[in-house]
Design a protein around this ligand. Structure first.
Ligand code: TRP
Length: 463
């Protein structure tokens, strides 16, 4: 079973080496593993919290999309999308907001730091703090929980947010009495989680100490590296490798032995200029081919837009049925069809009944399957199939896509379900049109519920 790995990158800046080493590179590597189901997205709603400059947001979304693709992300293999293309995310944010303790948000590092700054400046505590900054962790929890991610690769500064997402998920599961959400775990790369910047502090846009990954080309990369802060020891003088960020940067692009040799050369008096040149060449070897791809992508924004739309579609195949079942759980249900509520009652009676697909062989030896609602009502019966594999494929399609697996076609007082024009299953025939429509509603809800359970089971099995 695959582990679902999800991470977002805020589209408020230009990707720098720190983003690449700390987040993008490990994420792209992880996405290639056969045991990983990767969801990577551009957190452009989060970007609005940080910046009210439309041109900057637009530019950054473009640069970041091109960066992930240029660094090797394959949109066929992973689900790659923009947060703002998924309407389920703000919807889920609200649902989660209503069960999140305000006190917990008061304790979020980023918000607290902003308040502390105000207080230290003898200002009103809330000066310049938007409600968006305050709600940041809930939006982030929605990003993660909408896809029931198991693992969330992040930098250390984000660990608290993942813990809050876990907490919110737990609270929701508890209040509404079900395993709606997987509890996500933060994944921090220990080796080089934090790349130092020009001044030795963590490379971060907010410290203004970054070296851009692609922007400005090789020239800018070299200029950045030449600008790294060092002490004033002269060529030939022994140097403390730990006194600068050069070695840490070097290590991020080299093997252990190469790094040891680099540090040793410094101890033996290699000049800072030489060391920086070596460092530049080392990084450039890795970056140059990606930069070529980046430039090609930046020249074709229409193709990238298309790719992102496809990604959003793929992502919503998961988020839409999940939100459907969450709306149902919190009581935002259709008032026209009380049948849907009875299903929930059955599910709540402690029996933990869930919708099921059941395969069997009929009297003629053909393979078939049925869909049963949580209360045991039969809602679909498949056509007879000679090939059991085929039957398995169709069941899998139902279990992963829910009602989006195909089209319901009304036939008299019943209906058939077809996939790509092929009739796959039919519903029982009801007494009249009203009963039929109520049954079709139960069918759709049941299929979506089935898909949302499937998502959880897939994840739960990975543990
Ligand atoms: N807050 C993250 C950052 O600034 C970006 C982000 C938004 C994110 N939503 C997420 C990361 C969900 C992981 C999962 O780095």
């Amino acid at each position: 079973m695959k582990t679902r790995v999800l991470t977002g990158i805020t589209t408020s800046g230009t990707p720098h080496l720190g983003n690449y080493v700390g987040a993008i590179r490990p994420a792209v590597a992880a996405s290639r593993r056969s045991d990983v189901d990767a969801f990577y997205f551009m957190a452009d709603y989060h970007a609005l919290i940080k910046s009210n400059d439309p041109a900057r947001i637009e530019r950054s979304r473009l640069e970041i999309a091109a960066t992930w693709l240029a660094t090797g992300l394959d949109p066929k293999q992973v689900t790659f999308y923009r947060q703002s293309d998924i309407p389920e995310l703000p919807e889920l944010t609200w649902i989660l907001t209503c069960i999140t303790a305000k006190g917990q948000l008061n304790r979020a590092h980023a918000y607290k730091a902003a308040v502390d700054r105000n207080v230290a400046n003898a200002e009103d505590a809330d000066v310049g703090i938007s409600a968006g900054l305050y709600m940041y962790p809930v939006l982030m929890a929605a990003d993660i929980l909408a896809f029931n991610a198991d693992k969330v690769p992040v930098g250390r500064d984000q660990i608290q947010h993942i813990e809050m997402a876990r907490d919110i998920a737990q609270r929701f599961n508890h209040i509404y009495g079900g395993a709606f959400f997987v509890l996500p775990e933060a994944q921090v790369e220990d080796q080089v989680a934090m790349l130092p910047g020009l001044d030795g502090r963590k490379m971060s846009k907010s410290y203004n100490n970054v070296i851009p990954l692609f922007a400005g080309g090789a020239k800018q990369l070299r200029a950045g590296i030449m600008g790294l802060v060092t002490d004033s020891r002269m060529p030939g003088e022994p140097k403390e490798p730990e006194s600068t960020s050069l070695v840490t940067l070097y290590q991020a692009f080299s093997t252990f032995d190469e790094t040891v040799a680099f540090a040793q050369a410094l101890r033996e008096g290699m000049s800072w200029g030489q060391a920086k040149q070596q460092l530049f060449e080392r990084i450039e070897t890795e970056v140059a081919p990606m930069r070529d791809r980046y430039e090609a992508l930046m020249a074709h924004p229409v193709e990238m837009e298309d790719m992102l739309q496809q990604g959003a579609k793929k992502a919503r195949l998961i988020a839409t049925p999940l939100l459907e079942s969450l709306r149902e759980a919190v009581g935002l249900r259709s008032i026209a069809f009380p049948g849907a509520a009875s299903q929930r009652v059955a599910a709540k009676k402690g029996k933990r009944e869930v919708p099921r697909l059941i395969s069997f062989r009929d009297d003629d030896g053909h393979f078939r399957f049925r869909l049963l609602a949580a209360d045991g009502e039969e809602l679909l019966l498949s056509v007879p199939l000679i090939d059991p594999k085929r039957a398995g494929q169709w069941q899998k399609r139902f279990a992963t896509l829910g009602a989006a697996a195909g089209d319901l076609i009304v036939e008299g007082y019943g209906a058939s379900f077809s996939v790509q024009g092929k009739r796959v299953a039919s519903t029982p025939v009801q007494a009249d049109a009203v009963a039929r429509d109520a049954m079709l509603h139960r069918l759709r809800t049941t299929l979506d519920l089935l898909a949302s359970y499937h998502v959880r089971q897939t994840n739960a099995a990975d543990g």
